[in-house]
Ligand binder design. Structure first.
Ligand code: OAD
Length: 263
């Protein structure tokens, strides 16, 4: 850290981050479930909706769970799809889209399976764990576009719902997300690694840093001498490995960064 930077550390996190943001040629923002929390989407490890509270999400988000009890797993995903459909991007999502207008090389690598970044206007977004809205056949893999969400699915969900059938082979439809034990989409992962290798600032927002391989991206950046910043209301697995660990929510941090850049 140079003299100017050691002085910078005494400043507010937003000022330090704004300094690094201005200086960076290329910025990657890694988002996790905490990014969507302020839009009302529960984080992965939060208490789940009442109906599913006795299930560990890691036990529901597997191919094995789906094969054993399709209706239970599909019911959970229908509730998650409906919750996302009913949610709106928050101030942090909007600020992030504005930050990309200031720094066009900014790209987002998201672990989230919702579409809130895109709805806020962000263009360069990779979804490492797939999308809730890219359902496909479990048997033949063909896309299945017309998943029908019951109107009450967000407020009064059903614990169990049978998934629809594929119109090509009659197999059952599954959500387009990456389940535990499955590999990440190759192209998305390669692009994410390239972006992280090429960037000179990585900002990790709202991730616990415990699910690999996404959780390895901050250390890939760090080993290349790239500045790494974390914003999270609590300490995480990443906190000891970063240049700046900012205790703040996603909305507060991203709006704060935007405001600091405008002053
Ligand atoms: P987690 O649920 O593990 O962690 C969410 C993080 O968000 C926690 O560290 C919270 O402290 C933080 N958080 C909560 N509210 C926040 C807020 N308002 N602003 C900022 N941060 C906040 O979610 P991920 O790290 O995304 O994978 O988990 C990674 C992957 O694990 C998920 O993509 C999912 C899950 O298993 C798959 O489904 C494959």
């Amino acid at each position: 850290m140079d003299m100017e930077e050691s002085g910078m550390q005494a400043n507010a996190p937003s000022t330090v981050l704004a300094h690094w943001f201005r200086a960076a040629k290329s910025v990657v923002v890694l988002t996790g479930a905490g990014m969507s929390a302020e839009s009302g989407i529960p984080t992965f490890r939060d208490a789940q909706n009442g109906l599913w509270s006795r299930f560990d999400p890691e036990d529901l988000a597997t191919a094995r769970a789906y094969q054993q009890d399709k209706a239970l797993v599909w019911g959970w995903y229908v509730w998650r799809m409906a919750t996302v459909r009913a949610a709106q991007p928050h101030a942090g999502h909007l600020a992030l889209a504005e930050l990309a207008a200031i720094k066009p090389s900014l790209s987002i690598v998201s672990q989230n399976v919702d579409d809130l970044h895109e709805r806020a206007g962000s263009k360069e977004v990779i979804h490492l764990h797939g999308s809730l809205f890219a359902s496909h056949c479990f048997a033949c893999g063909r896309p299945h576009d017309d998943v029908c969400l019951p109107p009450e699915a967000a407020q009064k969900p059903s614990l169990r719902l049978m998934p629809p059938r594929c119109s090509h082979c009659g197999g059952y439809v599954r959500p387009g997300v990456v389940w535990f034990g499955e590999t990440l989409p190759k192209l998305a992962w390669r692009r994410a690694e390239r972006w992280v290798t090429d960037c000179d600032l990585l900002v990790a927002i709202g991730t616990s840093g415990i699910v690999f391989p996404a959780a390895s991206l901050p250390s890939v950046a760090r080993h290349r001498g790239t500045k790494v910043v974390e914003t999270n209301p609590v300490r995480t697995q990443l906190s000891d490995q970063v240049d700046l660990s900012w205790r703040s929510t996603a909305g507060e941090a991203l709006s704060g960064l935007l405001a600091a850049l405008k002053t």
